[in-house]
Each structure stands twice: as structure tokens, then as C-alpha cells.
Design a protein around this ligand. Sequence first.
Ligand code: HEM
Length: 463
Amino acid sequence: MSANPVRRVVEDVASEWRGRGKFPPGPKDFSFVRTHQIAHDPLPLLLGAYEEHGPIFSMRLLHTRVIFMLGPEANQFVTVGHPENFHWRESSFGDLIPLLGDGLLTVDDDYHDRARAIMMPAFHREQVTASTAAMAAESEQAISALVPGEVVDVYDWMRNLAMRIAMRALLGLDPDVAGKGAAAADHFERALGYYGIDYGLRLLRGPGSPWRKLVASRRVLDEIVFGEVARSRANPDPSRHDILSLLVGVRGEGGESFTDREIRDQVMTLMFAGHDTSTSTLTFMLHELARHPEVVNRLCVEQDRVLAGATPTIDQLEREMPYLDMVLDEVLRLYPPAWIGPRRAVREFEFGGYTVPRDAYVNYCSWASHRIPEVFPNPEAFIPERFTRERKAALRRGAYVPFGGGQRICIGKRFGQTEVKLVATMLLQRLRFDALPGRTMTVRQMPTLSPKGGLPMRVGPRA
Ligand code: HEM
């Protein structure tokens, strides 16, 4: 797929022409209002279309028709049942490729499956366990900077913490060491900034444009990551547990290993996929907890019983704190940070009585799927009890997909869950977070869900 925006529009128009007559129902006319709404407040639009047309429908966005598939059967079809019908790379998120290169997110088919198999050991439980030391040390330091009585933007606070954890656990860099660590964190944030601005601005290419800034930051990041790969190859250190060092050493079943470029692309992808997601999840959790003091009380009772004030181990987080799991599940139902699963149809297929033409943009959407009333009654309400073990097991397949599913299910699921649960537990052991009177939280969704304008909250001592 072309990175040139003009060529892309031309290609999209041509592929829509080839698929004419085959799109599922939905509005075909260009509408500025609709395009704006999908970029700023998509839930009413998507849930309205679901009610009108059912689990598959299309709508024109900008210059092209886009297909959405919602609900348990649709999610299951895309992720588990027929992933061979789709590519990620040519999806509407293809403009991530200039930053991420060919990491797990942006590759497909055999290359994806082989790369994923080589990477899996880096995400096994023992490896995440090794990363919890960095998570706990960084959390301790970040929490000790919070002063009861003061207002803090918890989104910014967690973003900074998640970045420091990613630097250490993924790249093996110390974010406090002036030079590499600080520069990597800074340039990664700058590069990500490109994907948070409006689409129109992203098309600009001249000097000083957001694109040029992205390219400049990418150059710095490349230098740092390639430098770390070279260092790790020259001086392998078995005591290091960061993912970059592991990827230098891992071998596939046939003995194959990653090249320097492949490691760079995988590591950048992990940084991208793992940083905003954990940040938003913890932030939305604090937002809901401030509205539900009875949930905070139950969490505190659980953590006091299990931990008696100590820092949790991964065993305790995974096996002994079921209520914390339920709260996290409910947060991810209401606010799944990776809210959309972007795909491109690589062949024509049928679903729900409709044909989808080859080359169509197709998206599954956890955010809208998680708010379908027939699947989750009273969907707007925050009710952790929906996720008792029995109720979770009774959900229809594909109903709950905050981590996706099938062969592309989030590889960092355990890492992300551990990080969020650890930080939340350590915070609640000492502090409480209250909403600011009169301030409402709105959600923005590019590229991941996050609270618009951050989330300032008042910190207080634990009740
Ligand atoms: C609460 C935290 C997280 C959430 C909710 C989340 C969600 C997701 C979702 C929904 C997908 C599938 C997207 C699709 O189907 O198109 C995904 C894929 C992925 N995630 Fe996560 N993620 C989280 C944390 C992480 C972390 C911490 C990492 C890395 C350290 C990570 C790395 C990845 C990668 C590499 C993929 C692509 C997997 C593949 O295609 O094989 N994620 N994530």
C-alpha cells in the first residue's frame, strides 16, 4: 500500500469501483458530519447502524466505503473463524508502518505467524515475572512523588510511568541516564504525537510538518535501538531480562533468528502497542473508581486480606485477587483502549447474508460490541459483577474482546494486565483519587482510547 496520500485515495476509489454492488447496507453518500462523528464520537453512529442493519454494515467515510462488523459472531468470525480473509497491513491503520516497520502488528500470513512463534517465549509467564521487579520499582518511585491534597493529571502520570517501565522492561534502558534512555522516551512520545493529530494534518509533508517531525524522531530512535542491538550481540549478558536482549538471543524451531532490522521493528511495535494501552486502562480505572466508592472498599478489603500492605507478587495478582480481575475486566469492557481491529479483505467473503468485496476496509470494534444491550444488559453501567468467573465463562464466544482473539490476540496481554493491576494495587494501598467537581470526562479515540485533555484528579490519603 502506498504511503503517498494522493496515490492511496486513487487506489481506494479504484478498489471501491471494482467491488461495486457488493457492499453490505449503509449510507453511500459523502457526509462531512458522519466523517467527523466517526473520528470524534463513533459509538452512537456505530450502535445506531447496528440496530438498523445488524452485525455487518458499511458507511462512506472520507472518500471510501468502510465496513464494520459488530457483536459476538462478527468478532469471532474476524479474529478466530476466518482470519485468512484479512490483512492488517493494508488496513486503515497502515500509516503506522513508517514508524513501526514490519513488527507483529503490521505483518500478516506466514511471516506474522513465524515471527510470533519466535517472540512467544519473551512473553511467557517467567519473563513477565522478571519484568515485575522493574514495574514495582518504577511504580514505587512514581507513587512517592504524589502528594495528598494536590491535583495530578493521572493520565500524564501513568503515561510517564508506563514509558519508564517500557524503557526498562522492553529496551533495557535506564530512563534516568541522560542520553539514550531519556532521548528514547522523549522521541518515542514525539513520534506517537503524529498519530494523535487530525488526519488532514497528517497528510502534510513539507519542512516543519508533523510528518517531518515523525521522521526526525524515528531517526533518533533507530540509532538508539540499533545501538542496543549491536551492544547486546557483542556482549550477550544472560542476566538481562529485557525483551530486546531476549529477542537478540531467541531462535525459532528451525534455528532461525531475527535480523537487526526485524528486532528494531518488533521492539518499536511493542513500545507502541504496550504503552498507551496500559496508560489508558489505569486512567479509566481510576475514573470509574472515583464514581464507585463501594468498589474501592471491596478492592481495599481484598488487598488487605491478601497482601497486608506488602507489594504484590505476580502469583497473588493472578490467583488471589479475583475482585481486582473483575474490576479490570469491566474497565476494559467499557473502555477497550485498542477499540478497533482494522483489517482489509484479501478475498471476497460472505457474512450475515451479505458479500464483502475483496480489498474492502473492514473493522471489528470491541468498544461498540461491548455496549450492545442484548449482550451486556445495561451496557453503560459499571458493574464488575458481570465478570465473576461463572458469568465470564458463560459469555458468548467473541462477546468480550478487549485483547482481540485468535492468532493475533494481544501478545502482551499478561504483561499489560500485570502492569495495570500492580500499579492500581500499589496506588490503592496508600492513596485515593477523587474527581474534580464539575469536570466531565470525554473519551477521544485516536489512535487508542484515552480521556480527552487528560484526567486531573485530587489525590488524598487512603480512607
Ligand atoms: C491493557 C493493555 C492492552 C490491551 C487492552 C491490548 C489490546 C490489544 C488488542 C485488542 C490487540 C489486537 C488488535 C487487532 O486484532 O487488530 C493487541 C495486539 C497486540 N498487542 Fe496488545 N494490548 C495491551 C497491552 C499490550 C502490551 C503491554 C504489549 C507489549 C508489551 C502489547 C503488544 C501487542 C502486540 C505486539 C500486538 C499484535 C499481536 C499480533 O498481531 O500478533 N499489548 N493488543
